[in-house]
Design a protein around this ligand. Structure first.
Ligand SMILES: [Zn+2]
Length: 166
């Protein structure tokens, strides 16, 4: 009889849709931790170039900057556009720890990103499938692909811990 392996030693479940985005989501989680350290709700984002290279990162800075639009996604999109030298982020992927709100979903459509990958759903304000589906609204002519639930438990745990300690 062999001893059961420690849960953390077990191989990741085979998930060809989500597993390729786990490394980028870990980076977004690092950004989320930066937000929390500054007293902001822990949400972090990374924009990947079409070849998967990280272009820009962002984390929620509403409290730190006093800016109601300083969501992680908005800051990461602006920085990615600055890095590319144009507003069109065609072929790029935005990876974010929490399902985007209506403002960020609108910005994602405007930026023409190819794909939105998120961790935890936001049942109260999510605009990428939970409450609304702005990014995949068939009335819009650009509709990014959406991949939900990447490292969902880790992303949700950040938020739960943050609100518990407030
Ligand atoms: Zn937002």
């Amino acid at each position: 009889m062999t001893e059961a392996p420690h849960p953390q030693d077990q191989p990741q479940p085979h998930d060809p849709v989500r597993n390729p985005w786990r490394a980028a989501m870990r980076r977004a989680l690092d950004e989320a931790d930066r937000a929390a350290a500054a007293g902001d709700v822990p949400v972090g984002a990374v924009v990947l170039a079409p070849d998967g290279t990280p272009l820009a990162t962002g984390h929620n800075e509403r409290e730190a900057s006093g800016d109601p639009t300083a969501h992680a996604e908005i800051l990461a999109l602006r920085r990615a556009a600055a890095a590319l030298g144009e507003w069109r982020l065609s072929g790029c992927t935005l990876v974010v720890t929490l399902e985007p709100c209506t403002m960020c979903a609108g910005a994602l459509v405007q930026s023409r990103v190819a794909r939105v990958v998120y961790g935890a759903p936001d049942e109260k304000a999510g605009a990428a499938g939970s409450l609304w589906d702005v990014v995949r609204d068939r009335r819009l002519n650009h509709r990014p692909e959406v991949i939900p639930g990447v490292l969902e438990a880790d992303c949700a745990a950040r938020l739960t811990a943050f609100f518990r300690h407030r």
